[in-house]
Ligand binder design. Sequence first.
Ligand SMILES: NC(=O)c1ccc[n+]([C@@H]2O[C@H](COP(=O)([O-])OP(=O)(O)OC[C@H]3O[C@@H](n4cnc5c(N)ncnc54)[C@H](O)[C@@H]3O)[C@@H](O)[C@H]2O)c1
Length: 357
Amino acid sequence: MLKVCIIGAGMIANSAHIPAYKAYPEDFEIAGIFDIYSPAAEKAAATHGIPRVYTDAEEMLKTEKPDLVSVCAPNMLHKEYTMLALNHGANVLCEKPLAFTLADAREMFNCAKDAGLTLMACQSLRFLPERQAAFEQVKSGAVGEVYYAELSRIRRRGIPTWGKFHLKEFSGGGALVDIGVHGIDSAIWLMGNPKPVSVTATMSKIHSDELGSDKSSGALKGNVDTSGFNPDDMNVESFSGGSVRFENGATLSFKVAWAANLREENNIILAGKNCGVDIEAKKVYSGAEDIKDLEVTPNGFKDDPFYGHFCLVKNMAEVINGKASPAVLPEETLNVTAILEAAYLSAKEGREVKINV
Ligand SMILES: NC(=O)c1ccc[n+]([C@@H]2O[C@H](COP(=O)([O-])OP(=O)(O)OC[C@H]3O[C@@H](n4cnc5c(N)ncnc54)[C@H](O)[C@@H]3O)[C@@H](O)[C@H]2O)c1
């Protein structure tokens, strides 16, 4: 039985982390929750039956001595709270993006390694059944070496209007670090985690009159307080496009949007030397005319949009108990972080940026 504490009591804590821990009562007991805004922590504790609410993260860690901490605070606080939890002897499941610089991500993983603890980034969308099916194709050798991949994650209109996602000081970036990070993580995992060597990217924002509408912003359920979203305050990108070059000669092209005047898309395609996979179409292509269905096994969590978190917490319990290796590896998250860091620098300086992971 692992003792768990939660830092940040917003949408993802209430909709994903807490329900996931509660789904495995034989593995986890949630002992305490902390949020800088104490009504949020109190509300979450009352809703989910969490026994203790804290107004200070360090006090919670000192008092509870948890085995595992979920870091669910805004992006810019991920490093601070992860380091705090690791330094108090807790394993950490940290929301994405884990970090904004390769140096920070390295420091975080080194801190975990030196303490004999596990730190894992919450890349929950790898567990989408279609992505798992594509991974099975890659793992079996059917795809062969992937020499090209394409990530398209386009919301016509879907800027998160709860929380502080649209403010750089809290979120560090926009669509790319919010939803693009999942796609880049899944793409490089499917490509076999090749070493990235350079990135070129652009960041854009459509006219602010167009930014307010909220067709599907990603908050599908849970405790969501719209915090007076004003599109004029938005200082992060609503669109990013670019490409990543890898040491093995492969490239990954990406386009990611919270809001764009484009077709809605949520796809990754892989071109391998033996066959290609189109995840959204659920097709596998080989030869001149051979097109097969991608065999997708439904997951056991029905339509819960956050079932990836259930997989991650279960994996975390197995890792801590020495029964499995992490589903999301540090070397994968280091590559994702390096790509994100280089993409923002590339867009800022208008040039290709070299990476040395
Ligand atoms: N894996 C996924 O699919 C997924 C989905 C949504 C959000 N997320 C991530 O989860 C994190 C939180 O997102 P959310 O949707 O829950 O946002 P949210 O705004 O609903 O919740 C954030 C919470 O953090 C609290 N907070 C703010 N400053 C704090 C501080 N200094 N110390 C402690 N708590 C503080 C806020 O009061 C709020 O309750 C983000 O990093 C986001 O990227 C991941």
